[in-house]
Design a protein around this ligand. Structure first.
Ligand SMILES: [Zn+2]
Length: 150
């Protein structure tokens, strides 16, 4: 399977969860890890574009307070969560801690960073209220590293 996530049976997972997708090793031995940070139950729930976009801006900012090795954090096209890539090989529990810390900050947020025409590609497509709703909902359920339904 060329695309790692296509090998995941989306009917057998229980969100919210954080999953380590892949660890890649470069020619010089540097490692890069990709994580699946899933907020919504696949094919049952989804985030609205305004909300996931705002959450992207906030997580991209707040996750870097806890982790200094993040390369990228981007929303999934299915709008059920985010992919994050980071240097090194952090364990899932470290990422869960950073995600939950970040979501607590989302609840306190009053101004969305980079929500303007210069710094964002669709600056009118935002909803802080929805981002807070998704954050609150995921925090109340809690993220797990045991995401496969038996
Ligand atoms: Zn944006």
């Amino acid at each position: 399977m060329k695309v790692e996530s296509f090998a995941l049976d989306h009917t057998k997972v229980k969100a919210p969860f954080v999953r380590k997708c892949t660890v890649l090793t470069g020619e010089k031995g540097d490692k890069v890890t990709k994580f699946d940070i899933r907020f919504m139950q696949p094919n049952k729930e989804e985030m609205q574009s305004e909300g996931i976009h705002t959450l992207e801006h906030l997580l991209a900012t707040y996750m870097r307070d806890d982790m200094d090795n993040i390369i990228d954090l981007s929303p999934m096209g299915c709008r059920t969560g985010f992919y994050m890539t980071a240097w090194g090989e952090d364990d899932v529990k470290t990422v869960i801690g950073a995600v939950e810390n970040s979501l607590k900050k989302v609840l306190e947020t009053e101004v969305v960073p980079a929500m303007n025409e210069v710094q964002c590609g669709n600056y009118k497509l935002h909803s802080l209220a929805l981002a807070k709703e998704y954050a609150k909902n995921a925090l109340s359920k809690g993220f797990t590293d045991k995401f496969m339904i038996e």
